[in-house]
Unconditional design. Structure first.
Lengths: 111, 373
């Protein structure tokens, strides 16, 4: 697995669900494409077992929905509720990042 | 590749496979092409496959448990609702055909006395009698119950003399027609009789039974009813062994019992003052009957004080004997605004009384000539 920078480190700490929502926010994808996309922008490889468990949970919560397809690889897309949930999560993460950087700058040890 | 992908798929339950099987297999085929062997991936799939089986079973079990819980709750609620609508208590009415009680039974401490309580009921109804106890009167002893039998007919016989009940030779009932009544289901007839065995151990004491408290179960509901002898208590006087059986030793207690019962059941007048006078008069009358002599003024005042301890609050002033030399006496209980008195006439050994009268003002009247004994 590639070494990650500061951004991907924080991305790795994000839950699988938010990684999936983030990927689908960019367009509908099937499972394999999802894992490739997440690996690309977040440096995290989601194992198939974890992926499909998360997909089932997200679909049950109405945050994503399957797209009709003739292909065996069934694509998913983010719903309006999913987008809202992701937006709230991102806002919370941004507040956390801003505060964390501010405190780091205040601290002489880490300035 | 497909075979290997399907191997991974088999870790998941059938339900899951039906939903995700195709896309999972397609996903795995792509994964295996890119990364043929990743032990952590294998472990991840096996672990999630097993967990999915367990969670689906748990969900199914929770669904079954929830359904069962709902069904049981519904059944309990329906049972409670049904119990509320069970038929009301049976009407067990005392004194079938005018049956009367036994008044003033003399007995000894070693003897077990039996009393009968007749009652009416709906025919052919089955009940389970769970307990029978005695209702007494304040300040007076209550006998101990040693046994209760049921006779499914209104018994015309007086007490049979002891316990267990042994019908006398030639009587119209036989022992097999008497069944133990407690903790068993009995089928009632229209007229029935409880035979109650009683023990009265204290010599010189009067024991009083004001009613028979019967608790029974009918159609799943428990009910309690009190059977009595039309308001007249049963009175038992215990004399020493070997002495003459007589109520005389218990005359004062029996008189008090009579006054208590009379006052409780009297409805002759709505005036409390008149009822009090009649109750004291009942005590005096019964005393004369048991004791073969008239009561004294101190007797009357004692009974009045026992029966009506709050009489001073009601303005009753005094009890006065007018003339006890001719066995004619009256007493006067004054109220605040008006007064009434009870007149009693007795002769030794015989009982007679003039009708109760309320006279204003009190006067003397001749006592009827005693009847020849």
């Amino acid at each position: 697995m590639k070494k990650t920078n500061d951004v991907t480190a924080s991305s790795r700490n994000a839950g699988v669900v938010y990684l999936i929502l983030s990927s689908l926010a960019d367009g509908e994808k099937h499972g394999y494409a999802l894992t490739k996309d997440v690996e690309k922008f977040a440096g995290v490889r989601i194992a198939p077992g974890s992926l499909y468990e998360a997909l089932a949970r997200l679909e049950a919560q109405g945050l994503i929905e399957p797209v009709a397809s003739s292909d065996r690889k069934r694509p998913y897309r983010i719903t309006a509720t999913g987008a809202k949930t992701l937006s709230e999560y991102v806002t919370a993460q941004e507040r956390f990042i801003v505060e964390a950087r501010r405190r780091l700058q205040r601290s002489r040890r880490f300035a | 590749m497909t075979k290997r992908a399907q191997w991974y798929l088999r870790w998941y339950p059938r339900v899951w496979r039906e939903r995700y099987g195709d896309e999972f297999t397609a996903h795995m085929e792509s994964e295996l092409l890119e990364h043929p062997s990743v032990p952590s991936r294998t472990l991840n799939i096996v672990l999630h496959g097993v967990l999915t089986r367990v969670s689906l079973q748990r969900a199914l079990r929770r669904a079954i448990e929830a359904t069962l819980a709902a069904a049981i709750t519904t059944a309990v609620v329906l049972a409670i609702v049904a119990a509320q609508h069970v038929a009301p208590a049976l009407s067990l009415t005392s004194g079938y055909g005018g049956g009367s009680g036994s008044v003033g039974i003399p007995t000894t401490a070693s003897q077990v006395t039996d009393l009968s309580f007749t009652f009416t009921s709906k025919s052919r109804v089955s009940i389970r009698i769970t307990s029978i106890s005695l209702e007494g009167l304040p300040g007076l002893a209550t006998p101990l119950v040693v046994g209760v039998d049921l006779e499914r007919r209104p018994s015309e016989l007086a007490d049979m003399g002891g316990w267990p009940i042994v019908p006398p030779k030639g009587s119209f009932i036989t022992a097999k027609e008497l069944v133990p009544a407690i903790n068993r289901t009995v089928t009632l007839a229209h007229g029935n009789t409880f035979w109650v065995g009683l023990r009265t151990p204290k010599v010189g004491s009067a024991y009083v039974i004001n009613g028979l408290v019967v608790t029974y179960v009918h159609l799943g509901s428990t009910h309690t009813v009190v059977l009595d002898h039309a308001g007249f208590p049963d009175e038992i006087c215990v004399v020493p062994n070997g002495s003459k059986l007589s109520q005389q030793p218990c005359a004062r207690q029996l008189a008090l019992a009579a006054g208590e019962a009379f006052y409780a059941h009297s409805a002759l007048s709505s005036s409390p003052l008149v009822r009090e006078a009649l109750a004291v008069g009942s005590a005096a009358t019964n005393f004369a009957f048991y004791n073969h002599r008239g009561a004294t003024i101190s007797d009357l005042r004692s009974w009045s004080a026992r029966l009506f301890p709050a009489r001073s609050a009601r303005g009753v002033l005094s009890v006065t004997v007018l003339n006890d030399r001719q066995h004619l006496w009256a007493f006067e209980m004054k109220g605040a605004a008006k007064y009434a008195f009870e007149r009693v006439c007795t002769t030794p050994g015989l009982y007679s009384s003039a009708p109760n009268e309320i006279l204003t003002p009190p006067t003397r009247a001749a006592c009827p000539a005693p009847a020849s004994s």
